[in-house]
Design a protein around this ligand. Structure first.
Ligand code: ZN
Ligand code: ZN
Length: 240
């Protein structure tokens, strides 16, 4: 009998006090990730890759939890997450401005990384009291070339499980893998959405390779409630 393989769970989108919107201390973020049973987190502070440098120190005390670093940038096609680039190569490119998404995709790829649209959707309310707005895929990402994946599940929007469904269906229709991340700014939000990887990853380059292979599945707490309604989703077959 084959041994049961565990999926490798990574919260791909985590912030701390260095993103300037919360008082979350890096060590509290790391503790929360361990408590949630995640295998790894990617710190994606706003604007500058170098902001997450203090997390390097925490690797020593993080136990089994792996800590990787990326960055979230503002572009003309919305926020984008960058993975798999080094401080030396990246040099905080794109900070404090709205950069060109197309340029960001090209630059990331040239350096062996990946740029992935974060939360690429909007909620359209029919009126001010609409509690069930419709989820619309951000038009701006539809015109980009060279995209390799989309953030399909974002923990900030667990009130709207349709977001995961709509983005998952769109990603499937354009043949792109989806990832999930909590977008946590507070420790208690860590792990609300994450990505299941088929194999363990040991470096940021491994993350890029596995996403390019499509061996990743977006996951969110809210998904558990709606799984029966999801058709286009490939739910991870590997036992969690
Ligand atoms: Zn964002
Ligand atoms: Zn974010």
């Amino acid at each position: 009998m084959m041994a049961k393989r565990q999926a490798f769970k990574i919260d791909m989108h985590v912030h701390s006090m260095y993103s300037g919107e919360s008082p979350a201390e890096p060590r509290d973020i790391v503790e929360a990730a361990k408590e949630k049973g995640l295998d790894a987190i990617v710190i994606t502070e706003h604007e500058r890759l170098s902001l997450s440098l203090p997390f390097e120190e925490l690797r020593k005390t993080a136990g089994h939890l792996k800590i990787f670093r990326g960055v979230e940038l503002s572009t003309d096609a919305g926020h984008m997450l960058v993975y798999g680039v080094t401080d030396e190569d990246w040099k905080d490119w794109g900070a404090d401005r709205v950069c060109s998404a197309q340029e960001l995709i090209a630059r990331s790829a040239k350096l062996g990384g990946l740029a992935i649209p974060a939360h690429p959707y909007s909620l359209e309310k029919r009126n001010a009291f609409d509690n069930a707005p419709s989820v619309v895929v951000d038009e701006r990402i539809k015109h980009l070339t060279g995209l390799k994946a989309l953030e399909v599940c974002n923990g900030k929007h667990s009130r709207f499980p349709e977001v995961c469904e709509v983005l998952g269906r769109y990603a499937a229709s354009v043949n792109l893998p989806g990832i999930g991340g909590s977008d946590a700014h507070m420790p208690e939000e860590v792990g609300r959405a994450y990505t299941s990887f088929r194999v363990p990853v040991y470096s940021a380059r491994d993350i890029v390779r596995e996403i390019l292979r499509g061996h990743v599945w977006p996951q969110a707490d809210s998904l558990k409630l709606t799984t029966s309604r999801i058709s286009a989703f490939v739910i991870c077959e590997i036992s969690m």
